[in-house]
Design a protein around this ligand. Structure first.
Ligand code: ZN
Length: 544
């Protein structure tokens, strides 16, 4: 999960606590969007299970508030008592951030009498503990205790002056008992064997603090009612990145997109065979692609529901599981669609030429995201440089992410064009390229600090130089449909060849010259400053 924090859209604060007007402006950066999910096709058993899982998501919210800051529960209770306009706005923004710090403003406080910024150790460590103190202590512990102390599933307390690790099943026992009961009840309602298995094992994990078997069962989940629930990501532990925060995503599988993915999987070898690179770099037998699941979110909670909303996630993180089973990517289609309406549509209105507006299309947007994910799995992975077996990642080092993200974007375009040309998909060329052009601006708004932004700048400038994208006299942008196909082919060739040859110097030159924001692009981005940054699902606002 990538958390984007944009300097462009941060509202300059906060020498003092924001007043009502300021806080309203800050809140408006999240456009309310209603998530629609069709539950009518669920079996009666799954419908009952769904109710239990939504209730479990609310428990996860409560648990996460505790994990995020020691003062959170008291602050939340206090804010609920304040019925003034400022009080209500504060409560709303607190709930969107799951704490008193603003995710879009570098985690600065927006409430009085709280720490000025989010605490690096959240509520996982004593506030007065130093890194050195922890390491000195943990290093000397016997193996099992050291594993607990440095593991995902414990908090560190200070007891009589000494550090001590407390496992989650003890620390959060009340919330976890409630969660276990709800998951067991859902397990007894559902008629899906894989879901029943996951829920039963995960309920047991809440009790035992051993998540291994349930993580394995999650990888095997194959069910119309889909759920991710438990302690997962470690971003909130900014001291060590050890401690996992609780999150929940209660989802329904999207059957049409699931079938589309199966269709794509069956064609990936054919796409590899036709990639625009020298035949000697092609892989005659591509490896197994890691599983992707497309779902629609009913509700998300806890760490999965604060700040910028998650549109896709890769789990699990536990290496004991990933070496054995790999990871699964879950894509939240209705969240992507909500972001498309709230952010990409207004972006397109300002950056695209008038006659291109009608080609903007969510179907093209989402199909390209799927193609992007699929094409990460093809192209050069095992390469030979100076007689040594190596990988593009090892050779391109810190440049690899930006090159690989750009490669997946253009190879995704290439793949869909190939499928249009071979009548494997209904042709929608104009929609594909025009939507891609608009979405480039959506990514570039977040700056170049991160691989996707840098990779997107590279593509934008390359395609401008090829005449495949053009800047109009009024500052808007268009696709030149006579040149775009060849432009994409050339760019795919260049990126794939950099990876195939492990050409660090070539990658550096390309990123140095093209991974920049040029004046005409900067001008277009400057027109986007008042467009929402992200969404907030309306059912989630003040959900209790
Ligand atoms: Zn990617």
């Amino acid at each position: 999960m990538v958390k984007l924090i944009s300097l462009l859209i941060a509202i300059p604060l906060m020498s003092q606590t924001p007043d009502l007007a300021q806080l309203e402006r800050m809140t408006a950066r999240f456009a309310p969007q209603t998530l629609t999910v069709d539950t009518s096709k669920l079996s009666p058993g799954d419908k009952k299970a769904l109710e239990k899982l939504v209730a479990a998501a609310h428990v996860v919210d409560h648990l996460f508030l505790t994990q995020y800051w020691s003062g959170n529960q008291a602050m939340y209770a206090k804010l609920k008592e304040d019925h003034s306009p400022l009080g209500k706005t504060r409560l709303n923004y607190f709930w969107m951030n799951k704490g008193p710090w603003s995710a879009l403003d570098d985690q600065e406080a927006f409430l009085p009498d709280v720490p000025a910024r989010k605490l690096p150790g959240a509520n996982f460590y004593p506030v007065d503990m130093t890194k050195d103190e922890f390491e000195t202590w943990a290093f000397k512990l016997p193996k099992a205790e050291k594993e607990l102390a440095t593991g995902f599933f414990s908090v560190i307390h200070r007891l009589n002056g000494k550090l001590v690790a407390v496992p989650y099943n003890v620390e959060y026992s009340a919330d976890l008992k409630q969660l276990g009961t709800l998951l067991d009840e859902a397990a007894s309602s559902t008629d899906n064997v894989t879901l029943k298995r996951f829920l039963t094992l995960r309920a047991a994990a809440f009790d035992s603090n051993d998540y291994y078997d349930s993580d394995v069962a999650w990888m095997d989940l194959d069910s119309p009612l889909d759920i991710t629930i438990g302690p997962y990501e470690t971003y909130n532990d900014e001291i060590f990145g050890y401690k996992a925060s609780f999150e929940a995503y209660v989802n329904l599988r999207d059957e049409a997109e699931t079938n589309k993915l199966k269709f794509f999987s069956g064609h990936m070898q054919e796409i590899e065979n036709n990639l625009p690179i020298d035949a000697k770099y092609k892989n005659p037998k591509i490896g197994a692609l890691s599983p992707i699941s497309v779902v629609n979110e009913v509700i998300s909670a806890g760490d999965g529901a604060h700040g910028v909303r998650t549109a896709a996630y890769n789990l699990p993180n536990d290496e004991r599981v990933t070496v054995q089973k790999g990871t699964k990517r879950v894509m939240l289609k209705n969240i992507q669609e909500a972001k498309f309406h709230a952010v990409l549509e207004p972006v397109a209105k300002r950056v695209l030429a008038a006659d291109e507006q009608s080609d903007l299309n969510f179907e093209s947007f989402f199909t390209h995201i799927l193609a992007h994910e699929m094409t990460h799995g093809i192209g050069p992975h095992q390469i030979t440089v100076n007689g040594q077996s190596t990988s593009p990642r090892q050779e391109l080092k810190e440049l690899h992410s930006a090159i690989e993200e750009a490669k997946a974007d253009v190879c995704g375009l290439f793949m869909l064009q190939y499928m249009f040309d071979h009548k494997q998909l209904p042709a929608a060329e104009k929609q594909l390229y025009t939507t891609f052009l608009a979405s480039a601006f959506r990514s570039l708004r977040f700056g170049l600090n991160e691989a996707h932004g840098k990779g997107m700048a590279l593509q934008m400038n390359y395609l401008l130089d090829k005449g495949a994208f053009v800047v109009n006299a009024n500052g808007t942008f268009s696709v030149n449909h006579a040149k775009i196909k060849q432009g994409v082919r050339d760019l795919a060739h260049d990126l794939l060849t950099l990876e195939a040859t492990g050409d660090y110097a070539g990658a550096k030159k390309m990123l140095d010259t093209l991974g920049v924001i040029r004046p005409e692009v900067a001008k277009a981005i400057a027109k986007l400053s008042d467009i929402p940054t992200d969404i907030v699902p309306t059912r989630d606002v003040l959900s209790r």
